[in-house]
Design a protein around this ligand. Structure first.
Ligand code: NDP
Length: 256
């Protein structure tokens, strides 16, 4: 090992590049107490970052800081960010993960079913991004990752509210990219397909089997498979990716 190093001058760029450590960031994930959000938090903790999660109930994983917040309530989010900033410093990576479904066919969907889902999934992400952007603009660094869905690209019968909210995240990320891209801030969308969490556990066996037939990979994914992609998007290696939609769907949404 010493011999190898000796062949390069100490200030050589090659030495610095070869041995560069990944940057440790302050990361905040909404809805980090279960499902995909919990897996995302676990992955960032495993990579050595300072991790905070928002939760309405329950706790984030060991090694993370749990703060209470409801994404439909801007004041609770503001307080949660303030608590995280006091403990860990400004939030550098934010993952807007909290989301709900309220599946109904159009004929049965009332206005509250629509607006409640938009308020959590889309306006909730807006509130999170707006609060996070303050510190990011000051630091001239930020990674914003929005958890969308293949439904936002393909549409889904019974999910007019959910699909609309998830498509909206694409416009949000791309407009943020245009507004804040020159300040070292990236904003990207991750679009999972069918992931094994409580959200999909409620689907009947028949519906699950139907989905599996249409997924080229022939299976649902684990939450960890989504978490790994999100952690990579937050890494130094993904600095030049912004306004992108990264599918994690086993090929289900190909081409969209
Ligand atoms: P879960 O239902 O397992 O978890 C949802 C999370 O969101 C929980 O932590 C929940 O908190 C939180 N949450 C919901 N509403 C609010 C709110 N108003 N304020 C704060 N937190 C809230 O879902 P998944 O883990 O499966 O989904 C996570 C994200 O991934 C969602 O955005 C979902 O749309 C998306 N997604 C999921 C897919 C899947 O197949 N599972 C596929 C594609 C996208 P609490 O425990 O307090 O309810």
């Amino acid at each position: 090992h010493t011999l190898k190093l000796k062949s390069f001058p100490a200030d050589s760029k090659l030495v610095r590049m070869t041995f560069a450590e990944p940057t440790i960031r302050t990361v905040l994930i909404t809805g980090g107490n279960r499902g995909i959000g919990l897996a995302i938090a676990e992955e960032f903790v495993a990579q050595g970052h300072r991790v905070a999660v928002t939760a309405r109930s329950g706790e984030g994983p060991a090694g993370s800081l749990t703060v209470r917040a409801d994404v439909t309530d801007a004041a609770s989010l503001d307080a949660a960010f303030t608590e995280v900033e006091a403990a860990y410093g400004p939030v550098e990576v934010v993952v807007a993960n909290a989301g709900i479904t309220r599946d109904l066919l159009l004929m049965r969907m009332n206005e509250n079913d629509f607006t409640d889902v938009i308020d959590t999934n889309l306006t909730g992400a807006f509130r999170v991004v707006k609060r996070a952007s303050k510190g990011m603009m000051k630091a001239r660094f930020g990674r914003i990752i929005l958890v969308s869905s293949v439904s936002g690209l393909l549409g889904a019968a019974g999910q007019i509210n959910y699909s609309a909210s998830k498509s909206g995240l694409i416009g949000l990320a791309r407009s943020v990219t245009r507004e804040l891209g020159s300040r070292g801030i990236t904003a990207n969308v991750v679009a999972p397909g069918l992931i094994e969490t409580e959200m999909t556990a409620v689907l009947s066996d028949e519906v699950q089997a139907d989905y599996k037939k249409s997924i080229p990979a022939g299976r649902f994914a684990s939450p960890q498979e989504v978490a790994k992609v999100i952690a990579w998007l937050a890494s130094d290696d993904a600095a030049y990716i912004s306004g992108a939609i990264i599918p994690v769907d086993g090929g289900l949404g190909m081409g969209h």
